[in-house]
Ligand binder design. Structure first.
Ligand code: HEM
Length: 530
C-alpha cells in the first residue's frame, strides 16, 4: 500500500495538526522569533475573544493586508524572463555605447511582454498592442528599450496619451469592457482622432493577436540618436525579429483561447524556457542621417509613421536569448521599472514629442506604483555596475552608506567626481531655436497615406482579416454616429475599404469621407516587408 507522506500530531485542543512528511525548519516572525503555534490565535479561554497581544497573528494579517500594490496604469498584464544580449556586429562607428560596440560580450537583461489596456487579471489573447520592454544591465548603467510589437503609435503628442488610455480602458461608470477595443468610448475617440488611423490598421490586423510572445516582433517606435566618440549623431530605429518567425492566431482562435486559457501567452513563454527551448530574437537597426531625415516623405519625429524597410534596410547587430524564468513573479515581473530615460552614453533622444512626454511619465508613475523614490535599489532594477551619488533617505531606503557626508563637493570625507565629460552621458548638442508655441508641425499632417500603404502591403487573407476585425469591432459599437464617423475615416484611407466594412455592417449607400484637408498619397509603393 502507498504511504501517505504526512506528519500528524494532535494539538492541545484535540485538533489535527498536519504537515508534509520529513523535518522542516521552524517558522519565525519577521523579527526572527520562533512561532509556537501558527494554527491558533491567542484567546481568553478556549472559546473567548481573541487578544490583540497576539503579535504573530497581527503581523501575519497586517502583512497580508498590504500585499497588493497598484497595478501599472497601462501594460498591467505581463510576463517576463531573464536572458542575455550578444552583439554580433559592432556599431562603434556610430555609437560610443559599449553594448553596441563590443562584439561577443554577453549583457544580462530582463524582458517583459504585456498587453496595454487590460487589467492585471485580463486575458492574454485580447486584441491589443503588446508591450516589448527590455532592460539591459550594461557595464555603463541600465539601458531600457521600452517598445511595442507594432512599429507606430496612436498619437503624435504625449498630451493626448491620457485621453487615448481613458477611452480604451473600462468605461468609468460601469467598469467594463476590459481589454477589448470593442466599445463606444474607444471608437468614439479614434474616429475623432485622425492621427490614430495608421495604428488602427495595425490594431485590426493579425499583429494584434499574436500566437505567442516568442513569435512577436518588437519596435522602439521612435527615432533615437546614436552618438559616436567624435560626437556625431546618426538616427536609429530599433527592431526585434523573432527567430521563430512572426505568427498570429485568427480571431476565432483568440476568442476561444481567451475563454479556455486566459494565461495562454504567459504559460507558453514559461513552458518554452522551462523545457530548455529558449526563445531568441535578432536586434536590428535602421540607421539614417540628417540628409535622409529631411528628404523622407514623412517626419521622422512623428511616431505614427514608419520608415519602410526597403527604403532603409534593417541591419542585424545582435541577438537576445531568454533562457531563465523569474524566481518570483512579484519581485521581478511586477516590480521591474522600465523607463525611456534609462539610456547609456552613445544613445540619445530626438525631439519626437511623444518620446519627450514618455521621458516624464515613467519615473513619476513608478514613484506611486513602487512606493517611493528608492525602487532602483530593488534587485530587478538595480544596475550591475557601481552606483554612487548623494541621494538619501526616503521610503524604503535599503542602503546604509557610512559617514557624515551626503553632499558634494566636500573635503570632510570621501566624495565623488562630479564632472566626467569624457565618460559620462552628454546630451547631443542639437541646435534648437524658435518661438515657444503650442502647435504641431505641418510635417505631421498626413494621417492616411501610410495607413493605405500598410493595408495594401498585406496579403489578401490578411486584408480580409483587417476588414472582418473592423466589422466585428464596429458591430459592438452602439452609437451610430461613432460608426459612421469611423467609416468616414476609413474612406479617407480608401473608399473601397470603407465600402467593404460598411457593407459588412449592413450599410448600403456610399460612405461620406470624414472631413479632412489632407491629401492622401497613392503613389507610395506597398512593401511586402510590412
Ligand atoms: C508602460 C506611459 C507611450 C511602451 C507605461 C506606463 C506608463 C506609460 C505610465 C506604466 C509604467 C509603470 O508603471 O512601470 C506612456 C505615455 C506614453 C506612452 C505617457 C505616450 C506619451 C508608449 C509607447 C510605447 C510604450 C509609444 C512603445 C513604444 C510601454 C511599455 C510599457 C509601458 C512596453 C510596459 C513596461 C513594462 O513592461 O513594465 N507607459 N506610454 N508606451 N509603456 Fe508606455
Amino acid at each position: 500500500t502507498a504511504v501517505i507522506p504526512v506528519n500528524e500530531k494532535v494539538g492541545a485542543g484535540g485538533e489535527l495538526h498536519q504537515t508534509a512528511a520529513g523535518t522542516h525548519p521552524p517558522m519565525t516572525t519577521n523579527q526572527g522569533g520562533i512561532v509556537a503555534d501558527d494554527e491558533n490565535s491567542l484567546k481568553i479561554g478556549e472559546r473567548g475573544p481573541v487578544l490583540l497581544e497576539d503579535f504573530a497573528l497581527i503581523e501575519k494579517l497586517n502583512h497580508f493586508n498590504h500585499e497588493r500594490i497598484p497595478e501599472r496604469v497601462v501594460h498591467a498584464r505581463g510576463a517576463a524572463a531573464h536572458g542575455f544580449f550578444e552583439l554580433t556586429d559592432s556599431l562603434a562607428e556610430f555609437s560610443r555605447a559599449k553594448i553596441l560596440s563590443e562584439v561577443g560580450v554577453k549583457t544580462p537583461l530582463f524582458a517583459r511582454f504585456s498587453t496595454v489596456a487590460g487589467n492585471m487579471g485580463s486575458a492574454d489573447t485580447a486584441r491589443d498592442v503588446r508591450g516589448f520592454a527590455v532592460k539591459f544591465y550594461t557595464q555603463e548603467g541600465n539601458w531600457d528599450l521600452v517598445g511595442n510589437n507594432i512599429p507606430v503609435f496612436f498619437i503624435q503628442d504625449a498630451i493626448k496619451f491620457p485621453d487615448l488610455i481613458h477611452a480604451a480602458k473600462q468605461e468609468p461608470d460601469r467598469g467594463f469592457p476590459q481589454a477589448q477595443t470593442a466599445h463606444d468610448t474607444f471608437w468614439d475617440w479614434a474616429s475623432l482622432s485622425p492621427e490614430s488611423t495608421h495604428m488602427l490598421m495595425w490594431i485590426m490586423s493579425d499583429r494584434a493577436i499574436p500566437r505567442s510572445f516568442r513569435m512577436m516582433e518588437g519596435f522602439g517606435v521612435h527615432s533615437f540618436r546614436l552618438i559616436n566618440d567624435a560626437g556625431t549623431s546618426t538616427y536609429v530605429k530599433f527592431h526585434w525579429r523573432p527567430k521563430l518567425g512572426m505568427q498570429s492566431v485568427v480571431w476565432d482562435e483568440a476568442l476561444k483561447i481567451s475563454g479556455g486559457d486566459p494565461d495562454f501567452h504567459r504559460r507558453d513563454l514559461w513552458n518554452a524556457i522551462n523545457i530548455g527551448s529558449p526563445p531568441e530574437w535578432e536586434l536590428a537597426v535602421q540607421l539614417f542621417d540628417e540628409e535622409f531625415a529631411t528628404s523622407f516623405d514623412f517626419d521622422i519625429l512623428d511616431a505614427t509613421k514608419l520608415i519602410p524597410e526597403e527604403v532603409i534596410p534593417l541591419r542585424v547587430i545582435g541577438r537576445m536569448v531568454l533562457d531563465r524564468n523569474p524566481d518570483n513573479y512579484f519581485a521581478e515581473t511586477e516590480q521591474v521599472a522600465f523607463c525611456t530615460t534609462h539610456v547609456v552614453p552613445g544613445i540619445d533622444f530626438t525631439n519626437d514629442p511623444l518620446l519627450q512626454g514618455r521621458n516624464q511619465s515613467y519615473l513619476d508613475t513608478q514613484i506611486t506604483r513602487l512606493g517611493g523614490p528608492n525602487f532602483a535599489q530593488l534587485p530587478i532594477n538595480a544596475p550591475r555596475c557601481p552606483v554612487r551619488n548623494f541621494q538619501r533617505d526616503g521610503h524604503m531606503q535599503m542602503a546604509a552608506p557610512k559617514g557624515r557626508v551626503s553632499y558634494s563637493p566636500s573635503s570632510l570625507d570621501s566624495t565623488t567626481e562630479r564632472t566626467n565629460p569624457t565618460i559620462g552621458f552628454k546630451s547631443f548638442p542639437a541646435r534648437e531655436a524658435g518661438d515657444k508655441l503650442k502647435v504641431r508641425s505641418p510635417t505631421f499632417a498626413d494621417h492616411f497615406s501610410q495607413a493605405r500603404l500598410f493595408f495594401f502591403s498585406q496579403t489578401e487573407p490578411e486584408q480580409n482579416h483587417i476588414v472582418s476585425a473592423f466589422i466585428f469591432e464596429l458591430s459592438k459599437v452602439q452609437t451610430e454616429a461613432v460608426r459612421l464617423c469611423l467609416m468616414g475615416r476609413l474612406a479617407n484611407v480608401d473608399e473601397a475599404i470603407a465600402k467593404r466594412v460598411a457593407n459588412g455592417l449592413g450599410y448600403e449607400g456610399p460612405i461620406a469621407k470624414a472631413p479632412t484637408t489632407v491629401a492622401v498619397r497613392t503613389d507610395l509603393k506597398p512593401s511586402p516587408m510590412l
